[in-house]
Design a protein around this ligand. Structure first.
Ligand SMILES: Nc1ncnc2c1ncn2[C@@H]1O[C@H](COP(=O)(O)OS(=O)(=O)O)[C@@H](OP(=O)(O)O)[C@H]1O
Length: 385
């Protein structure tokens, strides 16, 4: 109905005119009642409105001010990792859900060494929803795989600021994750090689004369050899490391900067550490564990699982299997998929066998924490690489 038609009806029909007057009065009264909150929402959903101030917020809450007709809605859910688990692809799929507004960037707010002001997080453009979106039950989300790796820092902060957050973690076979992590960093020119063949991560101690290492299975083997030497020198085994966490509940990798931790590609795969921190602090119903292997094989089923967890209706996802064997969304979103990238060479079987054994105690510890996922963990333990 155009404004002109509406105006004509109003002029001709006194009943319609009366109805319009009642609506105007109701809306105005509603606005005045809620005036002290500087906001008004005629919502079918129970939306909690808050003033953007320190410590008074929680996941999924929306705030607004008279100056802005939109709402700033804190994420209902956070995708906390793990790095190389398929988080990038997952946000493409979740972001294509009509009611999910995903921050396309890694926000990393809760993991940074110096917390930025809370207001800058609350006011992120990606967390902005229109009044009709708020009424329609739309939600915001963000992903930061560092929240898993830097769990000691991130978990308490998330608990403090957004205690009801729904946390999602996508896990991947830690041995495959480690090799994928190596390729990730190597492709970004962070793996260096000296003239004598020594391989290491570029960091504060990078020596002059070192050059970028080739991203091959052989370079990965060299890194594994170095890691093995480190484990022998420090008298550590996978079992020792797992029990160390269980006892002290400390961060294995407390550094903000990856490169200060030369073995971060291996330590990130110690999932029980991540879990103990989130498990201890959050209601277990707030943690959804999904698997990279399942997401790769049947993404729609994993998406339905997440939709149910977030109490959202199922969306339809149009996807096709690409030349790399990945399910990729059709259209514009799908073109951004990492699944379309050129594949890297496979790791050598011996390196993967070592990692498989190295992670065994950690996977077994995880199995005890999450027995309902035993079948997934069993595959990591027995699958030949
Ligand atoms: N459908 C689909 N399409 C593309 N990629 C898929 C998909 N499902 C899972 N994966 C796996 O995602 C791995 C990349 O993980 P992340 O996106 O978490 O990496 S990152 O941490 O954001 O850098 C990437 O790992 P690598 O292939 O080893 O690089 C993929 O195996």
């Amino acid at each position: 109905m155009t404004t002109e038609t509406a105006f004509r009806i109003e002029k001709k029909n006194p009943t319609v005119q009366g109805i319009c007057l009642v609506i105007v009065v109701c809306v105005t009264v509603g606005y005045l009642i809620d005036g002290d909150r500087k906001s008004f929402v005629a919502s079918a959903q129970p939306v909690q409105l808050i003033k953007p101030k320190e410590n008074a917020d929680d996941a999924g809450q929306c705030s607004s001010s008279k100056r802005h007709p939109t709402y700033q809605c804190l994420p209902t859910s956070l995708l906390i990792g793990v790095q190389k688990g398929g988080t990038g692809e997952l946000i493409l799929w979740l972001g294509s859900h009509p009611k999910i507004h995903f921050d396309p960037r890694e926000v990393r707010y809760f993991q940074t060494e110096q917390l930025e002001r809370w207001g800058t997080y609350v006011r992120r453009p990606a967390f902005r929803l229109s009044p009709s979106e708020v009424r329609g039950g739309h939600i915001t989300m963000e992903k930061s795989p560092g929240y898993a790796r830097l769990h000691c820092r991130a978990a308490p902060r998330i608990q403090l600021k957004m205690p009801s957050a729904k946390l999602i973690i996508i896990l991947r076979d830690p041995a495959k994750r480690a090799y994928s992590g190596f390729q990730h960093h190597c492709g970004r020119q962070r793996v260096m090689q000296k003239g004598d063949g020594t391989v290491y991560f570029k960091g504060p101690s990078t020596t002059l004369g070192a050059k970028r290492a080739p991203c091959t299975a052989k370079t990965f083997d060299r890194l594994i050899q170095k890691f093995k030497r480190y484990l022998i020198e420090t008298n550590r085994s996978g079992t020792d490391l797992v029990s160390k966490w269980a006892e002290s509940n400390t961060c294995f990798s407390p550094h903000d900067d990856y490169m200060e931790d030369p073995y971060h590609i291996f330590s990130t795969g110690f999932y029980p550490a991540v879990f103990s921190e989130y498990w201890r602090r959050f209601n277990h119903s707030q943690l959804l564990v999904i698997f990279s292997e399942e997401f790769t094989a049947a993404p729609k089923e994993v998406l339905y699982q997440i939709e149910e967890y977030l109490s959202l209706e199922h969306a339809s996802y149009e996807a096709h299997k690409n030349q790399n064997g990945f399910w990729v969304l059709d259209g514009k979103t799908g073109r951004r998929s990492k699944g379309n990238r050129a594949r890297y060479p496979p790791a050598n079987a011996e390196a993967m066998r070592f990692l498989n054994e190295f992670y065994r105690p950690s996977v077994q510890a995880l199995m005890k924490m999450l027995p309902e996922h035993k079948a997934n963990f069993d595959k990591w333990l027995i699958e030949p690489h």
